[in-house]
Design a protein around this ligand. Structure first.
Ligand code: UTP
Length: 236
């Protein structure tokens, strides 16, 4: 059975001001995930915190919270997004959000779509999805985000930025680390997640999640967005 881990950016589920939850988009994601599950895919989904996380973390920081507590608050917002998606998935979903990746592996045994958020301070939901990909033996991770792939520079700032159709884990890590040296760094994927995917040679496709249908296309192998793939194995 093909196992896929899907990371859904929190910003796709909220308006930019976080004064509104995008209920319609959440329902559209549920529809796509239900369809993939019916087609026999084993699915683990990780929801990001998006603007809700930024809003709560900003408030906590102004009130003097430690960075670890800010992260914990961020994790709770990712779990709230997970519960909204579980609600939209109805009986197709495992009803409880796993709090660890080990709970995730157990929950996948149910055959239901499992949805989770963050797990521990000091990391991102990209990293959670990468660890979940390793532990569940996923053949592919999909990252649904608010741009249509990975670019040579930040596409929101640089008009000359070009989309990269395919790149290796190692080449992307170098691109991210080089960009990180400049102000206003461009981080299309958490480097921690990238290193985890690289060591286990798990490909990831980054797609425009503003249209949830793109997650189905990525799962079924359509060459959209950016494919980040392992290096070719050298003959010894
Ligand atoms: P996200 O990884 O979702 O950040 O976690 P994000 O920038 O909102 O990502 P998108 O836009 O949804 O893709 C939100 C916050 O939750 C905490 C971090 O503080 C992070 O900034 N978090 C999340 C953790 O501390 N640990 C986790 O395992 C996950």
């Amino acid at each position: 059975m093909r196992t896929i881990v899907v990371k859904i950016g929190g910003r796709l589920l909220h308006s930019i001001t976080a004064t509104e939850i995008n209920v319609g988009k959440t329902a559209e994601y549920a529809e796509v995930l239900r369809g993939l599950s019916d087609d026999g895919y084993r699915l683990a989904v990780v929801t990001g915190g998006g603007d809700a996380a930024r809003l709560y973390i900003g408030a906590a920081r102004r009130l003097g919270a430690s960075e670890a507590l800010c992260d914990q608050i961020g994790i709770w917002t990712t779990r709230m997004n997970a519960y909204l998606l579980i609600t939209a998935l109805g009986s197709k979903a495992h009803p409880v959000v796993p709090r660890t990746v080990y709970e995730l592996v157990g929950a996948l045994e149910s055959g239901k779509v499992v949805v989770m958020g963050g797990i521990q301070p000091g990391q991102s939901t990209d990293a959670v999805a990468a660890i979940a990909s390793e532990l569940s033996g996923a053949q592919l991770m999909i990252k649904a985000t608010d741009v249509d792939g990975i670019y040579t520079a930040d596409p929101k700032k640089d008009p000359n930025a070009e989309r990269i159709p395919e790149i290796t884990h190692g080449e992307l890590l170098k691109l991210i680390l080089d960009a990180g040296l400049q102000a206003g760094e461009y981080a299309p994927l958490d480097p921690v997640a990238l290193k985890i995917l690289a060591r286990s040679r798990i490909p990831i496709r980054v797609v425009d999640g503003r249209n949830p249908e793109n997650v189905r296309k990525a799962a079924t192998g359509e060459p959209i967005g950016t494919l980040v793939k392992p290096e070719e194995k050298r003959e010894t």
